[in-house]
Design a protein around this ligand. Structure first.
Ligand SMILES: [Zn+2]
Length: 327
């Protein structure tokens, strides 16, 4: 199996349906309406997807649930061939940005990450929610900065804006990103998914990120594509997610190959895989079918992911070795 890196995965969004059903049963919550007869998540359109997502994640409560969730997510990804994974984690859902509660959540998850590291290395990207506004993002940034300095395992490694891209402008969150940068965290921002190339440029320019979550609509502006390629900005591309949410009609129509051909550093992730009925392996298979990508193409892409990962240099070297690259 090709060794894979995954840079863009929402922890709650990666929760397998069986795990959520188990938690719901423990808590006496009836969630039967969000599953189809085969047991998969089911929804009709984007607003319904958000409703189902919210219902599923409402039963994940407290450090112990999050530790169990991280374990199942890491084991699932390792079975897909992932050797390194970064996951978005938000203090908004882990303790409601209360710093003491957040610290307990991080400690429980970092312990699981350390235990499973021989199988799959992982890091956390701390995530403010864009549509909750800049003020709440500041609290999240302070949580991130504090745990980054306290967490000796180095599991808290990044900071990245998620949530509704249509809310506000990236620059509204500059204070939070400055705070995270000063704490030594790697920076990324969702952009170029629900808005066009100007949103990608604004995130890159106004937040100083080295990676863009999605970023695929940069393809609509040739000058931006050139600039991203030249600067070596890495895109965390999630083709199955984009197709499931209707951005593109099929993987064959997805711009990832055009971006790669133009020299942009694209990587492949799954975003919220069970909600989009995808897995890492399915993404790779779909790309191989649509574009004829070979093992060499995937290795080059994973090398870009390793170079863009928010981990320490010793971990990066270990990951590159697993990819079969000595440097
Ligand atoms: Zn995402």
């Amino acid at each position: 199996m090709i060794p894979k890196l995954e840079l863009h995965l929402h922890l709650e969004g990666a929760a397998p349906p069986a795990f959520i059903r188990g938690l719901a049963a423990e808590k006496g919550v009836d969630l039967s309406a969000i599953f189809d007869p085969s047991g998969a998540y089911t929804y009709t359109d984007f607003p319904d997807f958000l409703r189902v997502y919210e219902a599923a994640t409402s039963v994940i409560r407290g450090p112990e649930d999050y530790a169990r969730l991280l374990a199942v997510v890491l084991e699932t990804a390792a079975a897909e061939g992932a050797v390194y994974l970064e996951t978005f984690v938000s203090p908004e859902f882990c303790g409601g940005a209360d710093r003491a509660a957040w610290r307990d959540h991080v400690a429980a998850m970092a312990e699981v990450a350390a235990r499973l590291a021989p199988e799959i290395e992982s890091r956390a990207i701390i995530t403010p929610i864009r549509h909750f506004g800049p003020e709440r993002a500041r609290k999240t940034a302070l949580c991130a900065a504090e745990t980054a300095s306290e967490d000796r395992s180095g599991w808290v490694a990044g900071f990245g804006l998620g949530g509704a891209e249509t809310y506000g402008e990236p620059g509204d969150f500059a204070w939070s990103f400055d705070c995270a940068r000063e704490a030594g965290l790697g920076l990324t921002c969702h952009a170029g998914e629900w808005r066009g190339p100007e949103s990608v440029r604004a995130a890159w320019r106004d937040l100083g990120v080295s990676r863009i979550g999605h970023g695929v609509r940069a393809v609509e502006d040739p000058a931006l594509v050139r600039d991203l390629a030249e600067a070596g900005v890495t895109l965390e591309v999630c083709p199955g997610s984009n197709v499931a949410l209707g951005l593109y009609p099929s993987v064959a129509a997805h711009p990832i190959a055009r971006l790669a051909d133009a020299g942009v550093r694209v990587t492949v992730s799954t975003d919220d895989p069970p909600f989009f009925h995808t897995t890492l392996r399915r993404e790779y298979d779909a790309l191989a079918t649509a574009f004829g990508w070979t093992e060499d193409d995937f290795r080059r892409m994973n090398l870009w992911a390793a170079e863009a990962a928010f981990c320490d240099e010793a971990t990066r070297a270990r990951i590159k070795e697993k990819l079969g690259c000595s440097t």
